[in-house]
Design a binder for this molecule. Structure first.
Ligand SMILES: [Zn+2]
Length: 239
């Protein structure tokens, strides 16, 4: 068993498996990222649509009230003119009533118009902000979306390529070592090959007997951790 070559190959395998894991994970998170970006734009766009609809409604209401106000003012002027020609107290009372009534209506209509005008200003400001936000977002999100969608559509191809690479590596690894690797991977996940750190297993931190460390350092054989089963290697930063 050529230990150096085996270690090199098993580390290569571990690297490939990590990348394969990332690709599998991205099959979940890429669609999430895509729908988040799309939803983000849709929300702003819906908000903008709502404000624009409100602006149209309030503009129409403003025009309607403005016409009403003009009519009320015309009526008031007409009654005030008639005041000059009254002949009886009854006429006076009736006309006074009309005048007071128009004045009240004018004042409340004016108040309403003022409120609407303030509202229209607010809406215009909000629309301006939302348009700007949407423009910025579209600029950024469109690029992101193009990138993410391209990534997503190429995942299966990338996985296929990686699996091919994996096969090329596994055929060059000692069968017993490979089956150890596969078994530990099934139980422990990504970190199958670990370096020795502070005289302990880098995976489960269980101390390793000095004798075993000596043998691992000599590099004549590949050892696994008694506790977690991971493949132990001595690296430059081991201690
Ligand atoms: Zn261990």
């Amino acid at each position: 068993m050529e230990k150096d070559k085996d270690i090199e190959m098993i580390l290569k395998l571990q690297g490939i498996d990590y990348e394969l894991g990332e690709l599998e994970r991205s099959k979940d998170y890429l669609p999430d990222m895509i729908s988040n970006l799309e939803r983000e734009m849709q929300e702003i766009s819906n908000g903008l649509e709502g404000f624009e609809k409100e602006l149209t409604e309030h503009t129409l209401l403003y025009r309607k009230l403005d016409i009403e106000l003009a009519t009320l003012n015309q009526e008031l002027a007409k009654f005030q003119k008639q005041m000059r020609d009254i002949k009886t107290n009854k006429e006076y009372d009736a006309l006074t009533n009309e005048i007071v009534n128009r004045k009240l209506k004018i004042s409340s209509t004016e108040e309403e118009i003022l409120k609407i005008l303030t509202n229209l200003d607010d809406l215009k400001e909000k629309i301006k902000q939302y348009k700007q936000k949407l423009e910025e977002m579209e600029k950024y999100n469109t690029d992101q979306l193009t990138y993410l969608k391209k990534e997503l559509s190429s995942i299966e191809d990338k996985i296929k390529i990686k699996k091919g690479e994996r096969k090329n590596v596994t055929v060059r690894i000692d069968k017993r070592l490979l089956s150890t690797y596969e078994r530990v991977k099934k139980g422990r996940g990504d970190h199958v090959v670990v370096t020795i750190k502070k005289r302990a297993c880098g995976g489960c931190f269980k101390a390793i007997p000095p004798q075993k460390i000596q043998e691992i350092r000599k590099g004549e054989q590949i050892f696994t951790c008694d506790n977690c089963g991971r493949i132990l290697i001595w690296a430059e930063d081991s201690s």
